[in-house]
Design a protein around this ligand. Structure first.
Ligand code: SF4
Length: 330
């Protein structure tokens, strides 16, 4: 077994697994034994989505986990999501199958630099997208999701000065939708910035009946072409409610597993990136595997912890968002 240091440098427990084991069965057994639940983000590989107790967007998953009596949460997602689960359930143990499952968007906003940025705008309210570190949430007034960002901004009086971070694309889209002048932090998600407007145009001409649907973390030039813009959950719901038979999907490709399960007669085409790589697969999300999930549940490692003072500070902007959402009936 690795020391904690070795484990953190590798990201996961390295141990040989008996190839005859049925991992699905073993994970189910361990879940019962340890009173654990498995959360899977929509961007996880299909096997992980299929073994999960809850599948969804990051905040929704953490809220579901907080409602349960489980002692252990295995968050098959990325580090900031596991931190959010810990903020909402400080008494539970939160595990992440691969400790190195980070996030380019969260990394694009180091808290010490954001703190200095914020000091330049002392009379501004700070709204941060939930895709950020616990430390960044602790520096914020209100957290938002891609589902409620527009309504959260609109809930504030028109003359409120606002800093929005860390995603500049989501921020620019919210500014456009609300007509507000937001001060944006210059962060972005590497997966959502990779789509090629030119290749999407060609793909649309080959599939003229297809609806082009996109996540608001995409660049403006891509969003301008979309028939529908929404959060990952929003895109999934749209695919279910729409009469269209074909969809070109501009977000991480993992969501297509749930879209195909919910719509077996419809066709989903991942929007092409601007080169030949599989760049619309998030490399961080895909660090988690069924094997790592099994080992993490078996060994109770790697564990994600957040200092109690940060938990307390980071909880407040999340609660503020939930209060505003409840008052708006969202
Ligand atoms: S898809 Fe983007 S925002 Fe989501 S975890 Fe990956 S890098 Fe971060």
């Amino acid at each position: 077994m690795d020391t904690l240091e070795e484990l953190n440098s590798k990201g996961f427990v390295e141990e040989k697994i008996d190839p005859t084991l049925d991992l699905f069965e073993e994970i189910e057994k361990l879940k019962k034994e340890k009173n654990a639940i498995v959360l899977a983000h929509y961007y996880q590989e299909p096997d992980i989505q299929d073994i999960a107790d809850y599948i969804g967007d990051s905040l929704g998953l953490s809220q579901e986990a907080a409602k349960t009596e489980a002692d252990v949460i295995v968050f098959a997602g990325v580090h900031f999501m596991a931190e959010t689960a810990k903020i909402l359930s400080p008494e539970k143990t939160v595990l992440l199958p691969d400790f190195k499952a980070g996030c380019s968007l969260a990394d694009s906003c180091p808290p010490h630099l954001f703190k200095k940025f914020k000091e330049k705008y002392p009379d501004h309210v700070v709204i941060t997208y939930v895709n950020c570190t616990a430390e960044l949430k602790a520096l914020s007034d209100i957290v938002c999701t891609s589902t409620n960002a527009v309504q959260i901004v609109e809930s504030l009086p028109k003359d409120t000065k606002i800093i929005f971070g860390p995603d500049k694309n989501l921020g620019a889209w919210v500014a456009k939708k609300t007509g507000r002048d937001l001060v944006l932090w210059n962060g972005a998600c590497m997966v959502h910035e990779i789509f090629s407007r030119e290749k999407i145009t060609k793909l649309k001409s080959r599939h003229p009946e297809a609806k082009f649907i996109a996540h608001p973390e995409c660049e403006e030039a891509v969003l301008e072409m979309a028939d529908y813009i929404g959060s990952t959950t929003g895109l999934l719901k749209y695919s279910i409610n729409s009469d269209a038979k074909e969809f070109i999907v501009a977000t991480e490709s993992g969501i297509i597993h749930q879209m195909e399960k919910a719509n077996p007669t419809k066709t989903f085409i991942p929007a092409p990136p601007n080169n030949n790589c599989a760049c619309n697969d998030c490399p961080y999300m895909k660090r988690n595997t069924l094997e790592k999930l099994y080992l993490c549940l078996k060994n109770g490692l790697p564990e994600v912890t957040v200092p109690m003072d940060i938990i307390e500070k980071a909880r407040k902007p999340i609660e503020r968002m939930l209060e505003i959402s409840a008052s708006l009936g969202l």
